[in-house]
Structure formats: C-alpha cells, structure tokens
Design a protein around this ligand. Structure first.
Ligand code: ADP
Ligand code: MG
Length: 413
C-alpha cells in the first residue's frame, strides 16, 4: 500500500512540474486558452476531468477548434486501451512523437497569456460598496435599457467599468439597496461582476465590470461573433448554462434570460447580465407583486406568461430560446410572428420553434427538453451544462460509448 502511495506522489510531482498540466482548469477555460494566441495546431493541455476528478482530460487545439479526449485511469493510464502508460509524462511523450490516432500529434504545451479581465479591480473596488461618484468619468453610451442609459466609464482614471444609470422615479431606495446587496453576493465567472453602487445622490448608479464585446445578440449578428463555429457556439452556450447553474443553486430566478442580456468579453468569454428583473425566490416560484414589469413574450415560459409563475424552470425555457438565438447567430425568435401568434404557439403541444437550418440535431433535442410544457419535466441547468459539454466531447467514444459518437458527428466538418 505504501509503495502505491509513493508511486502516486511521484506521479503527482511529475504532473505539477509539467508545463502542460492545468489541473483545475475547466473545459471552457481550456478552450478559451487554447484558442487564443499564440496557441496553434497541436497546442495542448491536460486537466482533471470535471465529471470525475480521478480521471484526466487532454484538450488539443486543432484547426481553430478544440478536441477533448478522456484519459482513463484504470491502474495505468490510456486514451486508447491498446496504448497504456504508467504516467502522464509517458503518455504525452508518446503522442508527441506521432498522432497515434489523435486528430493531430501533440506539439507544445498551451500558453496561457490571458490576463484575468478583472485583475486587481475587485479587491480595490468591491470592498468599497458605495463608490465615490467623482472617481467615475462617464464616456460613451454602451446601451439604453429599461432603467436608463449604460455608459462606459473610467474609475480613478484607470479601470474600465460600465455604469448603469437608474431612473429612480418609481423606485424604492430600500428595495434597490436590498437588490444591490443580493447582487454583491453573486460571484461567478459567468455572471457580470458588480463593483459597487452610487446611491448617495440621484441618479443612482450600478457599477459593473466592463465587457469589451458588448451583448451577445449584437456580437453574433454584427460583431466578430459572426465568424464563430459550432464548437465556439456550444462553448458559449455551456458558459451560460454554467452561470445559470450557479443562480439555480442560489435559488435566484433571472426572468430575462436572452442574448441581449449576455455580455461578451475577450476570447468569447460570456457573462450573464441584467439582473433588473431578478428576484431571489423565497420558495421555488416567484410571482411578481405589481404588473409593472414588462414581460419579454418571446423568451418567457407559458406558465410565467399566463400565470406569473417564475422559477428556475421558466428560466430553462428562456434558455432554450437563447440557444436558438445563439445557433442562428442572433435571429429574433419566432421570426415573422406577432406576439399574439407566439402566445398561441407556446401553449401548443409541440416544440414552439422549428429546427433552424444551422442547428445540429443534438442541439435541437436539448432545446426541446427546455420547452416541455410541464416545468417539472424540464432539465436543470446542471443537466443542461453536462449535456452541452458532451456535444463537443471527442475521444473515448470509439471504444466506450457509441451513442456519444453519434452526437459528435453532428459537429464534424
Ligand atoms: P437593461 O436591460 O436595463 O437595458 P442591460 O444591462 O441589459 O440593461 O444593458 C443594456 C446594454 O448596454 C447591453 O445590451 C449592452 O449592449 C450594454 N452593456 C450593459 N452592460 C455592459 C457592460 N458591463 N459592458 C459592456 N456593455 C454593456
Ligand atoms: Mg438588458
């Protein structure tokens, strides 16, 4: 037993000193890093599998895509059972000599030049909950929303932030502060980070991190996102599912999940934004008190639209619509239909929207699960995240799971 432990430790030492080892990186981080310069065909990394922490995954850059292979650890290590290794190092050396069945032979370890976007900021700003208004220089208008204009701004002349101004006529200050306090508690890499607020004078400000590529709808339909391939579109979808999993666990219902409320940073990093309509649910469902809030018909689940029953499951419905926006690169849901026609369609038994020509079968199956009439039958965001992850999962399939292989085919060029 002791000998086994020594061997394990030795393996661990080897692993930690290898430049290709990114132990805790998530699949999406691996994709984001591998797809950013200077990484190229054959750039690779090894990370722990998120599904099974005892196993590893190999992620490789190939033709502006990333392929993932599961490394099985059963006594020894292997990707394909006919080539087995005592250590990850041996495995890497073997696949560096020749592709041996991988899409490409391994070249150099992934270089992660990405500087975290919020580096240095949260510590400085987030501790001061009330931000000094004079420290903010408002710049260009980024967007205009339900609550007021959103500006790009500089904090203390050096940190780029976004400032959301609030028309406060109908707003209860105490309610707003409670809401802001909840936003502060929400911290996840796929949710827009709140830095602070200005509430000593009017107009109130909400200050958040700035995301350079704006909202996802515009990004995909008019911006650099037009060039995104299906692996990237799936990566984007999974990032959003991941952020929503966090909200679901916190029992936070978003109520306005749509591409216009997803913001995009560098390397297709996505953050869910606009908690304007969100409320923390006391129990599983939330019914708004007043009728003041505008409801986005095309994104809203039938039980929310007709009976004001909002829950994480109504967010799941909206997520299905959001997937349609993503795969169609920003097309309006239910094109050509009026709101009343939409209302009719979403009560019906079938899926409310047809499969878009660019939409792979597996992706559409996931959308249909989101659109089940009975909210209880819709998947959780965690399930959605796992299902989306599997769409782009290469490797292991040829000998372990023939079904997964079929789903992969949807994404083969
Ligand atoms: P609302 O829904 O109340 O109008 P949003 O938060 O959705 O407010 O912001 C409106 C628009 O402003 C977004 O669609 C986006 O284009 C832009 N925007 C908002 N926040 C940011 C940000 N942090 N970074 C970059 N652009 C932003
Ligand atoms: Mg918005």
């Amino acid at each position: 037993m002791w000998g086994y432990e020594v061997a394990e430790n030795f393996l661990f030492m080897q692993v930690t000193f290898c430049r290709w080892y990114y132990g805790d990186a998530t699949r999406r981080e691996a994709e984001n890093w591998l797809l950013s310069t200077p990484n190229n065909d054959g750039s690779f990394l090894i990370r722990k599998s998120q599904l099974d922490y005892e196993q590893y995954a190999l992620s490789i850059h190939f033709r502006d895509d990333v392929r993932h292979y599961r490394i099985v650890k059963k006594g020894d290590l292997f990707i394909n059972p006919s080539h087995r290794f005592g250590s990850l190092l041996e495995l890497v050396e073997f696949y560096q000599e020749a592709a041996n069945g991988l899409v490409v032979k391994l070249a150099s370890p992934c270089i992660n030049v990405q500087v975290p976007q919020t580096s240095g900021v949260p510590q400085v700003v987030a501790d001061e909950w009330e931000i000094e208004r004079n420290f903010l220089e408002l710049g260009e208008v980024l967007g205009e929303g339900n609550f007021g204009k959103v500006y790009k701004a500089l904090w203390k002349g050096k940190v780029e932030v976004a400032v959301k101004t609030l028309k406060t006529d109908n707003m209860d200050k105490a309610e707003f502060l409670t809401e802001a306090q909840r936003m502060k508690e929400i911290r996840h890499h796929n949710l827009v980070r709140l830095y602070g607020v200005c509430t000593r004078n009017q107009p109130f400000y909400i200050v958040t991190e700035y995301l350079c590529n704006g909202n996802l709808k515009v990004y995909l339909s008019e911006g650099a996102g037009k060039e995104c391939g299906q692996v990237t579109l799936t990566n984007i979808s999974t990032q959003i599912a991941e952020g929503m999993t966090y909200l679901e666990e916190k029992k936070y219902v978003h109520r306005d999940l749509a591409a216009r409320n997803i913001l995009v940073g560098r390397n297709n990093e996505c953050r869910i934004a606009d908690f304007g309509l969100s409320r923390l649910t006391q129990d599983d469902e939330y019914s708004p008190k007043g009728s003041g809030a505008k409801i986005p018909t095309r994104w809203t689940a039938p039980e929310a639209l007709f009976n004001h029953k909002f829950s994480s499951k109504s967010d799941v419905w909206s997520f299905g619509i959001l997937l349609h926006e993503i795969i169609s690169k920003g097309e309006i849901p239910y094109p050509g239909m009026t709101k009343d026609e939409v209302k009719k369609v979403i009560r019906g038994p079938g899926p409310p929207m047809r499969q878009h020509p660019n939409c792979p079968d597996r992706f559409y199956e996931i959308m249909q699960m989101c659109w089940r009439q009975d909210p209880k039958e819709r998947p959780t965001f965690y399930q959605l995240q796992c299902d989306l992850d599997q769409i782009t999962d290469y490797g292991q399939v040829s000998y372990e799971n023939a079904d997964a292989d079929r789903t992969n085919q949807a994404f083969q060029p």
